[in-house]
Design a protein around this ligand. Structure first.
Ligand code: ATP
Ligand code: MG
Length: 278
């Protein structure tokens, strides 16, 4: 055996055979004043993967999404989108953001614009897509989120769940390569949560790459390819949902899951009498 073949045998597996990574974070650090909010985050999200991020309030989940979307500058490390370092100096932020859709807890629709105009606005302004082309695509997207017949309604004529679905259609309008969701069902009445989760599930099944911050453990379990638990700006553990949620390795994860379960139970028992309206 020649020295050449021995060293070839030690080469790593063909990287082309591996799944393309849409998002990579390497040693990402972020602080607000003295408060270290992201403390060395290493992360990779594969194409078509749904990564669910859970963790206590203040653990840095929203900040992580905001850093990925370049809404917050980072203080250390780097973030790559489809192999391109987007946190480098001189990166074209506006163009990069078009590839990253983000949906927040608050829908932030323009109240004076009909649903369809909320969806088409950015494409028409930023991408200079014609009105007819933009509207045709917006109608398709509104249909996809189950709101075809609400296209001409204003936000105040829509329920919270419907508004959130418009916000999802709006994000999809820019044809993002990855979608970030930050507790998008947290502000909704419980009976409206399901219709939004179903849209997200279908999107995940269609092959969209997604990072989903949520408290909806059932969604994490059924739709997540991987669950990641964060605490105090660090990734504590991650893995397939059944492992992280049912057999967590770390005590901190166990404590968090126990607390969320207890909270869900006590909230179920808790019924607030709304001042005796009858
Ligand atoms: N713009 C800001 N200025 C100063 N501090 C901030 C800012 N945004 C977030 N923080 C702080 O960063 C920490 C992480 O906040 P972040 O919103 O990322 O947490 P989270 O995990 O999303 O929490 P929650 O579950 O409550 O949404 C918190 O201590 C928060 O107070
Ligand atoms: Mg948050």
């Amino acid at each position: 055996m020649t020295a050449g073949s021995a060293s070839e045998a030690e080469l790593p597996a063909d990287p082309a055979g591996a799944k393309a990574q849409v998002i990579q974070a390497e040693g990402v650090r972020k602080r607000f004043g003295d408060n270290i909010v992201l403390d060395g985050i290493d992360l990779a999200v594969d194409a078509g993967e749904t990564l669910v991020v859970i963790g206590p309030s203040g653990s840095g989940k929203s900040t992580l999404l905001r850093c990925i979307n370049l809404l917050e500058p980072i203080d250390g490390g780097r973030i790559l989108l489809e192999g391109e370092e987007i946190t480098r100096k001189g990166a074209k932020v506006a163009t990069i953001r078009q590839r990253i859709g983000i949906v927040f807890q608050q829908f932030n629709l323009f109240p004076h614009l009909k649903a369809i105009d909320n969806v088409t606005l950015a494409a028409r302004r930023v991408r200079k897509v014609s009105r007819s082309e933009a509207e045709a695509r917006a109608l398709e997207l509104l249909k996809r989120v189950g709101l075809e017949e609400k296209a001409r309604e204003y936000p105040h004529q829509l329920s919270g769940g419907q508004q959130q679905r418009v916000a999802i259609a709006r994000a999809l309008m820019m044809e993002p390569h990855v979608m970030l969701f930050d507790e998008v069902t947290s502000a909704l009445d419980p009976e409206l949560v399901g219709e939004v989760l179903v849209v997200m599930r279908d999107l995940a099944q269609s092959g969209m790459t997604m990072v989903v911050v949520t408290h909806e453990m059932q969604f994490a379990r059924e739709v997540g390819d991987r669950v990641l638990f964060m605490d105090e700006g660090r990734i504590v553990e991650q893995g397939v949902p059944a492992d992280v949620l049912d057999r967590p390795r770390e005590e901190r994860t166990r404590r968090f899951l126990r607390r969320s379960l207890q909270l869900a139970r006590s909230l179920e028992e808790l019924t607030i009498d709304q001042g005796g309206a009858e």
